[in-house]
Write a protein that binds this ligand. Structure first.
Ligand code: UD1
Length: 348
């Protein structure tokens, strides 16, 4: 079976994808520097699947260390590149850290792919590349607008670098490079086992971890950022998608890259969203109704850099990758809450 390299394998989306790939029969090599994740996640991945894989501690910014690992791990068929910082607010405060980590790490990875004969790559992109879109839902052809944050810029530039890379001189072995960029909308929820999920350090930036921590009593109350947006209830609208559905799309993407009729296109992009927009208030209500509780919350000012409304047209991923969405909004809320409670009982 094909061997897949995962960078950022113990992160939120990386870990769920590791489970999905192992369950689909792929062999894995995982890399992480644990700067935003915990090494213990790797045991949990193996516990859930009953399968083993090799995990290495390595920072992609350190090209020599990356190359050393790849010398020990030959015959990689494809790489999925998750490793990146993703806190929007932090990126505005420290843009250079984001450029060095996300873009510097990506350049080293592309260089290593060329050196070690890895021709297939899946890239973690984001709906952030659409900026504040004029028309929703967004399709893959929607214009890429000025990113709202340095984090967003690393995704837009990351995509652009990969587009140039696939167009560059074909490697000496004659095998063309192929890249699939997956534009995630808002990944939420956790694995149904509640053994892996989103590990947040300190005060969460994202809505769902903030909701579950408020439900747990770790936070006094939730603030809804702005109630005067031009949406149906005045709060921002997003396309929330279960992290296991996001993970499944990576299996579909790798199947396509490595499949018999993979000669589709050297560069393709897919939106990964449900195609349904939910407002912040609708998310709070959904959490309350699924988990039978009332959350303390109040309105606060708008958060700088927030887009008003974005959701996906996901037809391309469904039609071309054969992607199927299996989890509902209720599943997102139930699994997010199960994970928060499990972390209190048996923390990572
Ligand atoms: C942002 C990025 C996305 C990135 C993700 C990862 C943009 C446009 N989006 O998503 O690319 O992958 O972060 O961190 O840059 N909210 C509250 N109260 C809270 C927290 C959030 O009201 O305490 C609201 C926000 O204003 C927003 C919605 O909840 O309307 C979702 O916020 P969040 O979970 O942070 O995700 P995005 O900002 O959509």
């Amino acid at each position: 079976m094909a061997r897949i390299l995962l960078t950022g394998s113990t992160g939120y989306i990386g870990s769920h994808t590791a489970v999905a790939l192992l369950e689909a029969g792929y062999e894995l090599v995982g890399l992480d520097n644990y700067s935003r994740s915990l090494a213990g996640v790797s045991q949990r991945i193996q516990e859930i699947t009953g399968k083993t894989y090799t995990q290495h501690r390595v920072d992609l910014v350190d090209a020599a260390a990356l190359n050393k690992v790849l010398e020990q791990e030959p015959a990689i068929d494809a790489v999925i590149h998750f490793a990146a910082f993703k806190a929007v607010g932090e990126s505005s405060a420290y843009p250079l850290q984001y450029f060095r980590n996300n873009l510097g790490g990506q350049i080293n990875l592309m260089q290593a792919c060329d050196q070690f004969g890895i021709r297939n790559l899946v890239f973690s992109s984001s709906c952030t590349v659409y900026g504040n879109p004029q028309v929703i839902p967004v399709t893959e052809e929607s214009p890429l607008l000025e990113p709202e944050s340095p984090y967003g810029r690393t995704k837009a530039v990351g995509e652009a670098m990969l587009r140039d890379w696939v167009k560059s001189t074909v490697p000496q072995d004659g095998q063309e490079r192929q890249v699939i960029a997956l534009r995630y909308f808002n990944p939420v929820g956790a694995h149904p086992s509640a053994r892996i999920g989103e590990c947040t350090v300190g005060v969460p930036d994202n809505l769902i971890p903030y909701i579950t921590q408020t439900a747990m009593g770790k936070r006094a109350q939730l603030t809804v950022f702005g109630n005067d947006y031009p949406t149906r209830d005045g709060t921002c609208l997003r396309d929330y998608i279960h992290v296991c559905d996001i993970a499944a799309a990576h299996v579909d993407a790798v199947n396509r890259l490595l499949g018999q009729n993979s000669s589709s296109s050297p560069w393709s992009v897919y939106n990964l969203g449900t195609g349904i927009g939910q407002t912040v208030l609708e998310m709070i209500q959904a959490f309350e109704s699924v988990n039978q509780m009332n959350l303390p919350w109040s309105y606060g000012p708008r958060r700088p850099g927030d887009v008003v409304a974005v959701y996906a047209n996901n037809r391309k991923a469904v039609d071309e990758l054969g992607w199927q969405i299996r989890y509902s909004l209720q599943d997102m809320m139930r699994t997010a809450w199960d994970w928060e409670q499990m972390q209190a009982k048996d923390p990572l």
